[in-house]
Design a protein around this ligand. Structure first.
Ligand code: AMP
Ligand code: GLY
Length: 424
C-alpha cells in the first residue's frame, strides 16, 4: 500500500516509523513532514490544513490510504473531502471530530449520556459569564474556549481577577478567534491525569496502553502549559480496576452516544481523564492521537498498525486482538530555549546519526528541518527522545542517555520526566 500521513510533528514521525515496520506498506509519503520524517518518508510542502492541497497530493501520488493525524484538518473535514474523492482514510469525519472541535458539544453529550465529567455552565455572553462567576465565587475555576485553540484554550483561574481576564481575552479580544464565541466554565477537578488513546470503528473500542503527559514547561510542574514536555507509558496510576470502570462508564458510553447521535466515530479517540476521589472523569476528548503520547504508545504496539486500520475500515475491530509489548516507554522532549514563549530556530543539531537517530532510542523529530544535509531546529518542541525498557526506570535511563548525546543551542528539557510515575 501507498500511504500518505498528514502532519509534521513528533506524533507524525512516530506514525511514519510505525508504518515503516509494516509488511503491507510499500511507499510512505508525508505532508508537510519535517527533517526527521524525511529520512523515512518522501515529504511534500503542503500544509496539514490545506484541504484542497492534500486531496490533490493524494490524487497525484495515487495513494491507497491517507492518515490524517492533527486536530485542525480533522475538525475542518479533511476526511470527508478525501472520502468524497474515493480515498481510504484514517481519522474521524467532521461530524465526529466535533467531539474535540467543540467543548460545548462534548460537555452536552456527556451530560445527556451521563458520562462522568466536571460540572459546567456554557456562556455566549461575557456579561452573563462574569455575573455567574461573581455569584459562584469558587476558585480555582476552569474556563475553556469552545473551539480549537492550539492547546492554549484552557485557563485555570485561581481568583476572580484571573477569571475575568480570561473571559475578556477569550470572548472580547477573541485571542482564539471564533473559538471564543462560547465558553465553558467548569468545576476544578483534582487527581492524577491519565491519557488513554483508543482505536475505534464506531462500534467496538480498544484502548491502547495508557500514558502520562507532562504539560508544564518546567520541572515540578511549574511554568506555562505546553503541548507536552514528555510522556511515559503505561501510566502506573491507571490500574486494571480503573481501566474496567473507564470502559464501562466512559469509553463504551461515548462511542454508543456518538452512534446514537448519528456521528459514528472511527479512528483514534483520545480520552484525557482525571482520576478524582469520586472516580475517573473526562477532562477532554481529542479526535486523534496525542502528541507526545503517541511517541510512547506506538513503540509498544506489536500488531501491524495497518491491520488495525483495515479492521477499523471494515468495522471488524471486534475480531482483532491487538498485541502490546510488555514493556515501558519514556519520551523526553528537547525544546528550543524560551518555548512555549518566544524562541529562536535554525540552530544545527549535533549528535544525531545519518538517519536523525541516536543508538538505543527512537528520536522523533517534532520541529526540525533539513538544511542541505544538516538537521536544524525549526520549532518549539524539537525532538522527542524515546526509549523502551523492561521497567520505567530503564526506559527513562536510556532516554536521558540519548538526550545527553544530542545538543543544540539553548536546548531545554525537563529532567523530572517520569518522576511522578516512579512514585505511584
Ligand atoms: P487541555 O488544553 O484541554 O489539554 O487542558 C489543559 C490542562 O488543563 C489539562 O491537562 C488539565 O491539567 C487541566 N484541566 C482541564 N480541565 C480541568 C478541570 N476541570 N479541572 C482541573 N484541571 C483541568
Ligand atoms: N498531549 C496532549 C495532546 O495531544 O492534546
Amino acid at each position: 500500500m501507498k500511504v500518505l500521513v498528514v502532519g509534521g510533528g513528533g506524533r507524525e514521525h512516530a506514525i511514519v516509523m510505525k508504518f515503516a515496520e509494516s509488511t503491507k506498506v510499500d511507499a510512505l509519503y508525508c505532508a508537510p513532514g519535517n527533517g526527521g520524517i524525511a529520512k523515512y518518508a518522501e515529504c511534500f510542502p503542503v500544509k496539514a490544513t490545506d484541504l484542497d492541497g492534500i486531496v490533490s497530493l493524494a490524487k497525484q501520488l495515487a495513494v491507497d490510504l491517507v492518515f490524517v493525524a492533527p486536530d485542525d484538518p480533522l475538525v475542518m473535514g479533511m476526511v470527508d473531502a478525501l472520502q468524497a474523492e474515493g480515498f481510504q482514510t484514517f481519522g474521524p469525519k467532521k461530524n465526529a471530530a466535533i467531539l474535540e472541535g467543540s467543548k460545548v458539544f462534548s460537555k452536552e453529550l456527556m451530560q445527556k449520556y451521563h458520562i462522568p465529567t466536571a460540572n459546567y455552565q456554557v456562556f455566549q455572553d461575557p456579561k452573563k459569564a462574569v455575573a455567574y462567576l461573581q455569584e459562584a465565587k469558587t476558585y480555582p475555576t476552569v474556563i475553556k474556549a469552545d473551539g480549537l485553540a492550539l492547546g492554549k484554550g484552557v485557563v485555570i483561574a485561581q481568583n476572580e481577577e484571573e477569571a475575568l481576564a480570561a473571559i475578556s481575552s477569550i470572548m472580547e479580544d477573541r485571542i482564539f478567534g471564533d473559538s471564543g464565541s462560547q465558553i465553558v466554565i467548569e468545576e476544578f477537578l483534582t487527581g492524577p491525569e491519565v491519557s488513554v488513546l483508543c482505536f475505534t470503528d464506531g462500534k467496538t473500542i480498544q484502548p491502547m496502553v495508557s500514558s502520562m503527559d507532562h504539560k508544564r514547561a518546567y520541572e515540578n510542574d511549574i511554568g506555562p502549559n505546553t503541548g507536552g514536555m514528555g510522556t511515559v507509558a503505561p501510566n502506573p496510576y491507571y490500574t486494571p480496576d480503573l481501566a474496567q470502570t473507564c470502559m464501562d462508564t466512559i469509553f463504551l458510553p461515548t462511542i454508543h452516544a456518538m452512534q446514537k447521535e448519528g456521528r459514528p466515530f472511527q479512528g483514534c479517540l483520545y480520552f484525557g481523564l482525571m482520576l478524582t476521589p469520586d472516580g475517573p472523569k473526562v477532562i477532554e476528548y481529542n479526535c486523534r492521537f496525542g502528541d507526545p503520547e503517541t511517541q510512547v504508545v506506538l513503540p509498544l504496539l506489536e500488531t501491524d498498525l495497518m491491520d488495525i486500520i483495515l479492521a477499523i475500515q471494515e468495522e471488524k475491530l471486534d475480531t482483532l486482538t491487538i498485541q502490546w509489548k510488555k514493556a515501558c516507554a519514556a519520551c523526553v522532549v528537547m525544546a528550543s530555549g524560551g518555548y512555549p514563549k518566544k524562541y529562536v530556530t535554525g540552530y544545527p543539531i549535533s549528535g544525531l546519526d545519518e538517519n536523525g537517530q541516536v543508538n538505543g532510542c527512537f528520536v522523533y523529530h517534532a520541529g526540525t528541518k533539513l538544511d542541505r544535509d544538516q538537521i536544524c531546529t525549526s520549532g518549539g518542541r524539537v525532538l522527542g527522545v524515546t526509549a523502551i525498557g523492561s521497567t520505567l526506570k530503564d526506559a527513562l535511563h536510556t532516554a536521558f542517555d540519548g538526550v545527553q548525546k544530542i545538543s543544540f543551542q539553548d536546548a531545554h528539557y525537563r529532567k523530572d520526566v517520569g518522576q511522578r510515575a516512579l512514585k505511584a
